[in-house]
Design a protein around this ligand. Structure first.
Ligand code: NAP
Length: 492
């Protein structure tokens, strides 16, 4: 079979790994190889970081005004808009996400670049009203240096854009390491970066395996910020290796997000929100609403309706327009979903729908699955599946719903379904998670921060503050007095 051969993008050039080794990538809808990529190791990571560092201090980048950086970002946004169909198809092919969904994501992607482009020349320091009459003090926000962006396979371009756009707006340079399972769309982005006119070395892309190429980036002494999205186990490695150099970190990790449904909710909307929240993207979404907390009085109806809708989901080729659920991205992820369902059943959960692998063109498909549990300690209530699997449990009072919602070490997102405005705000404050959606689910915006509590990570992406998180704050003191400095042995 002829595989599409992709190359890495380092210092403005397309290149192979120094070893000359490559690896194949499989398309999840058929489990067949379709593309191959250079297998970068430590030496390639070093070349890319060195190029990014040289670009960071070069007049071609460091000498640009913030307004000029903003213009480059806007041009890149326009180019992404022009190539959205190609980018959407690449992502659907490599991670199995529905073409309808990747088209939507690519259509919105330019907004991240436009929004951050607008912020580039609004990164302002402050004049400080210091309590010393002969001193003036002010702050500056300066770029950090090289940012390593490490992204998983489920939404490679979206998760890259949300890091790359603010990092560049603030004047940093980047090395991006996509997942070995989904690198093609990121490499394609490299071409657009080049066309947009970014100086060589400002954006670099290396492809390879996490424990080799990824780990080498996180421990490189010239990397000043690691922006990581992925699982908690990998994040622990990232934290340890970045500690060697005290690199800044942002960690966007997993979740076990509750969908809380009250009796006064619009049940049609809640059912649609639940189905969209956990079966869209085959549940391979960090914010998957994978715990259903449903009031006793409507529990049977809601569970029956979610199962009924799940039974009508059209499973198949992600590139076909009529498909509603595609495959799992990797065979490992399919095995995890299958094993976790079996484990939950062995702990007492009751399977209400799904729970089986689906035979379709040899790909890695799993049924949309709902289980019931009367215990919040069931593993399915506590562990992230990252698949189309959700667990339902009853509650009787708002206090019980809140206790269940917060009975998790994660805290990424939560859905609250109610028409009672006071309850909606009360719970929005009390539920411990980074995003609360009231009577909706899975809405994102370049203008809104995203991030988690607890094991869902720390740091926030998106929104105005994201751009500041890629800067170092500096305080400048100026002596306004014309008197000579007298006693050297006092703190002024
Ligand atoms: P993962 O295994 O942690 O991988 C994430 C990234 O880290 C990949 O690029 C991976 O490369 C790389 N990596 C692996 N080992 C590494 C190491 N030792 N040092 C540095 N980098 C390393 O996560 P995943 O299974 O791909 O993604 C699923 C997880 O991401 C889920 O937990 C999900 O909830 C989370 N996620 C969170 C968000 C959010 O915004 N909060 C969004 C999407 C996904 P390779 O793939 O090549 O090994």
């Amino acid at each position: 079979m002829n595989l599409t051969p992709y190359q890495m993008y380092i210092n403005g050039r397309y290149c192979e790994a120094q070893s000359g080794n490559r690896f194949d990538s499989l398309t999840p809808s058929t489990a067949q190889p379709w593309a191959s990529f250079p297998d970068a190791t430590e030496v390639d990571a070093d070349i890319a970081v060195t190029a990014a560092h040289q670009a960071f201090v070069s007049p071609a980048w460091a000498g640009l005004t913030a307004t000029a950086r903003g213009k480059l970002l806007r041009t890149l946004g326009d180019l992404i808009a022009d190539h959205r169909e190609l980018l959407a198809e690449l992502e659907s092919r490599e991670n199995g996400k529905l073409i309808r969904e990747t088209r939507g994501q690519m259509g919105y992607l330019p907004e991240f670049f436009y929004y951050m482009a607008g912020l580039a020349d609004k990164i302002e320091g402050q004049t400080l009203p210091v309590d010393k009459s002969d001193m003036m003090a002010y702050t500056l926000h300066e770029p950090m240096g090289v940012v390593a962006a490490i992204v998983p396979w489920n939404s490679p371009l979206y998760l890259t854009a949300i890091k790359m756009a603010p990092a560049l707006a603030a004047g940093n340079t980047l090395v991006i390491k996509p997942s070995e399972h989904a690198s093609a769309s990121i490499v394609a982005l490299g071409k657009l970066v080049e066309q947009a006119g970014f100086p060589a070395g400002v954006v670099n892309i290396i492809t390879g395996y996490g424990p080799s190429a990824g780990a080498a980036l996180t421990r490189h002494p010239l990397v000043r910020h690691v922006a990581f999205t992925g699982g908690a186990a990998t994040a622990r490695h990232v934290v340890r290796s970045s500690a060697e150099n005290f690199a800044h970190l942002s960690l966007e990790l997993g979740g076990k997000s509750p969908q809380i449904v009250f009796p006064d909710a619009d049940i049609d909307s809640a059912v649609n929100g639940i189905v969209a929240g956990v079966f869209a993207a085959s549940g391979q979404s960090c914010v998957a609403g994978s715990r259903l907390l449903i009031h006793d009085s409507i529990y049977d109806e809601v569970v029956a309706r979610v199962c009924e809708r799940a039974s009508r989901i059209c499973i198949g080729d992600p590139l076909a327009e009529e498909t509603e659920m595609g495959p799992m991205t990797t065979l490992a992820q399919l095995d995890i979903a299958d094993n976790m369902v079996q484990q939950a059943i062995s702990e007492g959960a009751v399977l209400r729908y799904g729970g089986q692998r689906v035979e379709c063109n040899g790909g890695w498909y799993f049924q949309p699955t709902l289980l019931e549990s009367d215990s919040s300690s069931n593993s399915l209530m506590q562990e992230e599946v990252f698949g189309p699997v959700t667990a339902a449990i009853r509650f009787h009072t708002e206090a019980e719903a809140l206790a269940l919602a917060n009975d998790t070490r994660y805290g990424l997102a939560a859905g609250i379904w109610t028409r009672d405005i006071a309850r909606a705000h009360r719970l929005s404050k009390a539920v411990r998670s980074g995003i609360i959606w009231v009577n909706t689910y899975r809405v994102v915006s370049a203008m809104a921060p995203i991030g988690g509590f607890g094991d869902s990570g720390y740091g926030r992406e998106g929104g105005i503050e994201a751009v500041l998180s890629y800067t170092e704050k500096k305080t400048v003191w100026v002596n306004l007095s014309s008197e000579p400095m007298s006693d050297p042995f006092v703190m002024r």
